[in-house]
Design a protein around this ligand. Structure first.
Ligand code: ARG
Length: 574
């Protein structure tokens, strides 16, 4: 445990409790006036009466802070200002330096967590919304696995339902060879749109498509074979995108809508037995508590349509039941765009009412906003078509390659290609993850590839520069030290930032707000820059030099780990 903030909390909490008679959150945060501040005494006045400064004084008297703090002061109306002792900082840093995990402990309770993410629709181009889901979901997977949880990836591919009647008929029209070709080269839009056009214009084709859906759903083997071909070819394309992106999703992670097909009947039966189903306009619906429409009436969640078919909602109810009962997950994450907030909210509430989601099992919608073009509208190509994700990623890499060639002409071709991939893909991911996920953001190559500001290349470059200190000086990073000497203000600031990593990681594991990790890494890189400008490292001597080398190395390792959790590579040289 090297998380100073948590250490302070643990020392102050018992003192507060002794004074207040009940547990109190010491409400510790970073402060302008000292390193940390607790302002819990102010809120206690309402309960205890008296003067907050006196309450703070009684807390300080009881708290064991001597070994951690150099100065404890009561200021203003009753804040407790805490200034850490440099010796304590140095001991904690030595502990972190000697730890492969940089002081971040594995979760006390290892959970089984399902992450539903990416989820493109078969035979259709993946759009930027799926890109966001893939990037955020993959970061979640990496972080939670690193903390020791068992993570099960669930790629909820859209591979079932009425569109597949039309798609299979189109496949028959153009022939299997041509279809396989279009799908495997990633020309999914051409394929889908041609099918759509015929469907909209030709009543005979519409009729064939309808019949085909019935055949598909009744398990007709010839139809299933064609459907499987559509799915397999699309999966190949999606896997190529994941590969380009460096996402950890593989061929075994597809659990599409069709996977739940034979569970839907029993989902509906169970809901009926529980008395949760009501007929509404011929459809079977649940009216989950707390969801009211604009007209003031309860909102229906349709689980079985009037034509007997099951919809999207029934499938999502099945995902919950399956993930809880069969996969034994206790935390279910759904990384899905915000437009589906109402849908998922109703599904989760229904699952609670059905008794599938009971404490401690919880489902969470990890929602996100849209990716916009420079015109402020959903990102499209200049011609107005939806962007082909592979092209978008390739463009980022080729622009990165040009920048790298200019910045570092000495890199040989292979090295440049590797760095360009790390920078280009890293930039796309970081631009996404560094934005508060509930907000929209504008996709802008120039900004995301800039070497200045809160970007992937800036952080990667900051780390590569540290690597070069060790490489050029032919120095082994010192990792086994008793203490790290901390004296200068810039050293203290860097030390505090490094020691905040654990707390930050644990917070992000809860809220999956990756922009907080991005902000942290950016703060770390800037703290390092000011340390490096103010504190000579190689010119220093003895223990000061060693200590400063430890700070360099720890910064590099923390940047690397942080970027890795975001799914971003850190080249040693760039
Ligand atoms: N395929 C859906 C879409 O493209 C996303 C599925 C999200 N996951 C889920 N379990 N509903 O909109």
């Amino acid at each position: 445990m090297a998380d100073v903030e948590e250490l302070l909390r643990r020392r102050l909490a018992p003192a507060f409790e002794a004074v207040a008679g009940d547990p109190v959150d010491p409400a510790i945060r970073r402060s302008q006036h000292a390193d940390y501040q607790s302002d819990a005494a102010l809120a206690l006045v309402r309960r205890l009466g008296g003067n907050p400064r006196d309450i703070a004084a009684r807390v300080v008297e009881r708290a064991e802070l001597d070994d951690l703090c150099a100065k404890v002061e009561i200021s203003g109306p009753g804040f407790i200002n805490l200034t850490l002792d440099n010796g304590a900082l140095g001991r904690l840093l030595a502990e972190v330096a000697g730890d492969e995990r940089l002081g971040v402990a594995r979760a006390e309770v290892a959970e089984t967590i399902t992450v539903d993410y990416s989820a493109p629709n078969a035979a259709k181009e993946m759009h930027v919304g799926h890109l966001r889901s893939t990037i955020i979901g993959d970061a979640a997977v990496r972080l939670l696995e690193w903390l020791g949880h068992t993570v099960i990836r669930q790629n909820h591919l859209g591979d079932w339902g009425t569109p597949f009647g039309m798609l299979v008929e189109h496949l028959l029209d153009i022939g299997e060879a041509e279809a396989a070709h279009e799908l495997s080269v990633g020309d999914l839009n051409t394929f889908y749109q041609a099918a759509r056009r015929k469907f909209d214009a030709d009543p005979a084709f519409q009729e064939r498509s309808r019949k085909r859906v019935v055949l598909l759903q009744s398990g007709d083997e010839a139809t299933l074979r064609l459907w499987r071909m559509l799915i397999t070819e699309s999966q190949k394309y999606f896997l190529a995108v994941y590969d380009r992106l460096g996402a950890t999703l593989g061929p075994d992670d597809f659990f599409g809508e069709s996977y739940y097909n034979d569970q839907l009947e029993s989902v509906v039966e169970e809901l009926a037995e529980l008395g949760l189903l009501r007929e509404s306009e011929g459809a079977k619906c649940v009216f989950p508590a707390g969801f009211i429409g604009r007209d003031g009436k309860p909102l229906p969640l349709i689980v079985r349509k009037s034509d007997g078919g099951f919809g999207y909602a029934a499938t999502d109810l099945a995902t919950i039941r399956h993930r809880v009962r069969k996969l034994h997950a206790t935390r279910l994450l759904y990384v899905v765009g915000l437009p589906q907030q109402l849908h998922l909210g109703m599904v989760f509430q229904t699952a609670r009412e059905a008794g599938w989601l009971t404490d401690p099992v919880r489902a969470e919608h990890i929602g996100f906003g849209s990716v916009l073009g420079s015109d402020g509208k959903i990102l499209r190509t200049r011609a107005g078509a939806s962007v082909k994700l592979m092209d978008l990623l390739n463009e980022a890499v080729s622009r990165a390659s040009a920048i790298i060639a200019e910045k570092n002409p000495e890199l040989d071709e292979d090295a440049r290609a590797a760095v360009a991939r790390a920078v280009g893909i890293g930039a796309v991911k970081y631009a996404d993850l560094s934005t508060d996920r509930v907000k929209d953001y504008v996709f802008d190559y120039d900004r995301m590839l800039s070497f200045d500001g809160n970007t992937a290349p800036y952080l990667q470059y900051a780390r590569a520069r540290i690597c070069s200190i060790f490489r050029k000086g032919n120095i082994e990073p010192p990792r086994d030290v008793e203490r790290v000497l901390i004296a200068e203000p810039a050293e203290r600031a860097l030390a505090l930032q490094l020691l905040a990593f654990e707390g930050l990681i644990n917070q992000v594991a809860q809220n999956l707000e990756f922009h907080r990790l991005a902000q942290y890494l950016y703060g770390l890189a800037t703290a390092f820059t000011s340390f490096y400008e103010n504190c000579p490292v190689l010119q220093a001597e003895g223990e000061v030099r060693t200590s400063r080398l430890v700070l360099c190395d720890l910064t590099a390792r923390t940047l690397e780990r942080g970027l890795n959790l975001l799914g971003i590579e850190s080249p040693d040289q760039m």
